[in-house]
Design a protein around this ligand. Structure first.
Ligand SMILES: Cc1cc2nc3c(=O)[nH]c(=O)nc-3n(C[C@H](O)[C@H](O)[C@H](O)COP(=O)(O)OP(=O)(O)OC[C@H]3O[C@@H](n4cnc5c(N)ncnc54)[C@H](O)[C@@H]3O)c2cc1C
Length: 249
């Protein structure tokens, strides 16, 4: 059974033009597996002070049966960090077009957010990043995948070798990733992620690829790796994190 918790905002930090980190308390029954650990966030409807949460048991069945004006808006995010009962969620901002991005822009201490995630001791496979002793890793993502990439890269062991390609909207969004590993990062500011991967000279040896971001760009990169380069598609992760022109809801 997952943990369903009501998080209370304790801090909001705008770290660069396109990123904002929200810290939430009240998450003591959640336990992140690290890496690209996904969660569902539940947002209040207009007129509600806080979202109405379903119970943990059969949460999705109950959620679907809620009245349209009661059912919270649900979106998928990543636990960026956990410190005891506190978690950080890092939002890639994209104006106020989406409810999640709009909520992040207006979040302040005391704001409430529902979170559904793995319970302590539950589901050791609640993340997708699973390299199986590759010679090197290809880690690729856009702004929405930066929180997952940052967690993955910081957990790489010292003998890991990784080529990283990251797309962000602004030059000021470029950051250092903390890591003990041998990591080469290429930043694509404002676009060009798939082209950067396509034109890269990649290392020899057995690769493991983790690619996440806008769906059509992830598909392009997948086609290049498994089609043009002939990589076996099975061991790798290709995650469509969002679709241009389409809301997640
Ligand atoms: C496993 C997983 C983990 C994720 N982790 C994170 C995370 O940690 N941080 C994070 O910011 N996102 C993350 N995402 C992506 C996030 O779920 C989507 O960006 C989602 O659409 C945001 O919801 P919204 O309510 O802001 O926008 P929506 O209502 O879903 O969409 C509104 C409009 O905004 C567009 N849109 C959505 N995202 C972007 C974007 N980044 N740039 C430009 N336009 C956009 C949509 O195409 C649509 O036209 C993750 C997705 C998945 C599947």
């Amino acid at each position: 059974m997952p943990a369903v918790v009501m998080g209370t905002v304790t801090g909001v930090r705008r770290t660069s033009p396109s990123f904002l980190t929200v810290t939430l308390a009240g998450c003591s029954t959640l336990e992140t597996g690290g890496f690209d650990q996904r969660i569902k966030i539940l947002l209040a409807q207009p007129g509600q002070d806080e979202p109405v949460l379903p119970p943990a048991e059969d949460w999705y069945g109950v959620y679907r049966e809620m009245a349209d004006d009661v059912r919270p808006v649900m979106r998928t995010f990543t636990i960026r960090a956990q410190r005891g009962e506190e978690i950080d969620i890092e939002f890639a901002l994209h104006g106020d077009a989406g409810p999640a991005a709009a909520w992040a822009l207006s979040a302040a201490p005391g704001s409430r957010l529902g979170i559904i995630g793995p319970e302590i001791g539950d589901n050791p496979k609640a993340y997708q990043y699973m390299p199986r002793r590759p010679d090197w890793q290809l880690l690729v993502g856009d702004d929405t995948a930066v929180p997952a990439l940052a967690s993955i890269i910081s957990a790489l062991p010292a003998d890991a070798v990784a080529r990283v390609f990251v797309q962000v909207p602004h030059a000021e969004d470029v950051r250092e990733f903390e890591t003990a590993a041998q990591v080469k990062v290429e930043w694509c500011v404002g676009g060009g992620l798939a082209d950067a991967v396509r034109s890269a000279e990649l290392p020899d040896g057995t690769p493991y690829a983790w690619v996440a971001g806008e769906t059509s760009i992830v598909r392009d990169i997948r086609r290049h790796l498994t089609g043009t380069l002939g990589w076996d598609s099975k061991p790798h992760y290709f995650g469509g994190y969002w679709k241009a022109g389409q809301s997640e809801g």
